[in-house]
Design a protein around this ligand. Structure first.
Ligand SMILES: [Ca+2]
Ligand SMILES: [Ca+2]
Ligand SMILES: [Ca+2]
Length: 330
């Protein structure tokens, strides 16, 4: 139906309802919503071979005959990484910097590009190549790409089926490698832990902002579908008095727990000012000066725990990093 026909009818209806007829012209162009759909300018991709490591991004452009809901998906063909962008518009002008909506992150791989439209059968397809992975963000404790830092201090119980090790079997959240924590320990909640001292990076304190609202601790963690009993405890020890050491029972020990959640990889980000003191999983009064001082952290510890009666448990870690100004953007 043409605009010429629609507007007199609408004006009459609005008049009968007591509305001002000019209200009919405030909304979107009716032809824009109810007109026929067609792609008036085909999908173009400004750079079909992107080097994310050097900060490249790529721009997607297309035009449609009317405003509608459309969905752009970029899917890593070997990793399964997905980036999803949805919008209501008639003009696509979208820049992608390699960010991931659904882990794992994009690897060096070919990607399918898929553009779909709500209530329309049309699907536009293209491909692009990711030549290198995104630059690392923040102060990275590890992405496990070069193994475990030799100056970390792991402790692993002598239980059964213990697997505190780096793996490279196509299941990493980032890059090629991740850390697999698993095992059965029948006499203790603790299955194993990683102590990560600042000295492993040749510094006395982690080089972080002194503003705890600005600092985020991030890690990617994987929960296997088969095991729901794992509990990951992350601890931060502060050298409140600046003597270079953490004194147990006198200085701040902040912590948070990760348990449950959905199966597969997820990114956990915690603002440092929101982290509390825990004793047996319950929040308690701070031990030290009670100030969150990220610039005084001397050690980060990652403990993997499970109820000893609950049998085997497992979780994976990847991309452990402190970011400033906001959480990690995978
Ligand atoms: Ca990795
Ligand atoms: Ca101290
Ligand atoms: Ca403190």
């Amino acid at each position: 139906m043409s605009k010429k026909l629609i507007f007199p009818i609408l004006a009459t209806i609005l008049f009968l309802n007591g509305c001002k007829p000019e209200d009919a012209f405030d909304g979107p162009d009716l032809e824009d919503i109810y007109g026929p759909f067609f792609v008036s300018e085909l999908l173009t991709i400004s750079d079909e071979s992107i080097d994310l490591a050097s900060g490249e991004s790529t721009r997607f452009n297309a035009k449609f005959s009317k405003n509608l809901n459309w969905k752009l998906e970029i899917i890593g063909l070997s990793s399964g990484a997905r980036h999803v962008h949805e919008e209501f518009s008639s003009i696509m002008d979208y820049n992608w910097n390699g960010a991931t909506s659904i882990l794992p992150m994009f690897r060096q791989e070919s990607c399918e590009v898929r553009l779909t439209f709500e209530n329309q059968l049309d699907t536009l397809r293209d491909t692009l190549a990711v030549q290198s992975i995104r630059p690392l963000q923040g102060f990275v404790l590890s992405d496990f790409e070069s193994g475990v830092n030799p100056d970390w201090d792991p402790f692993i119980q002598s239980g059964s089926n213990m697997s505190f090790t780096v793996r490279s079997n196509g299941q990493a959240a980032q890059g090629n490698n991740y850390y697999d924590m698993g095992g059965t320990v029948t006499w203790d909640w603790l299955i194993g832990l990683l102590d990560i001292p600042a000295s492993a990076y040749n510094v006395e304190h982690f080089p972080l902002s002194n503003n705890p609202s600005d600092v985020y601790f991030n890690t990617m963690i994987y929960k296997p579908a088969a095991y729901d009993n794992g509990l990951t405890l992350i601890q931060f020890r502060e050298d409140d008095n600046g003597d270079g050491n953490y004194t147990s029972g006198q200085e701040d020990l902040w912590a948070f727990e990760i348990s449950g959640g959905s199966d597969g990889w997820s990114t956990i980000s915690k603002r440092y000012s929101d982290i509390v003191t825990l004793v047996n999983g319950s929040e308690t009064a701070p031990i030290g000066n009670g100030l969150h001082e990220p610039d005084k952290i001397v050690k980060v510890s990652i403990l993997f725990l499970a109820n000893p009666a609950s049998g085997y448990s497992q979780a994976y870690l990847d991309y452990i990093t402190f970011t400033t100004g906001g959480p990690l953007q995978p």
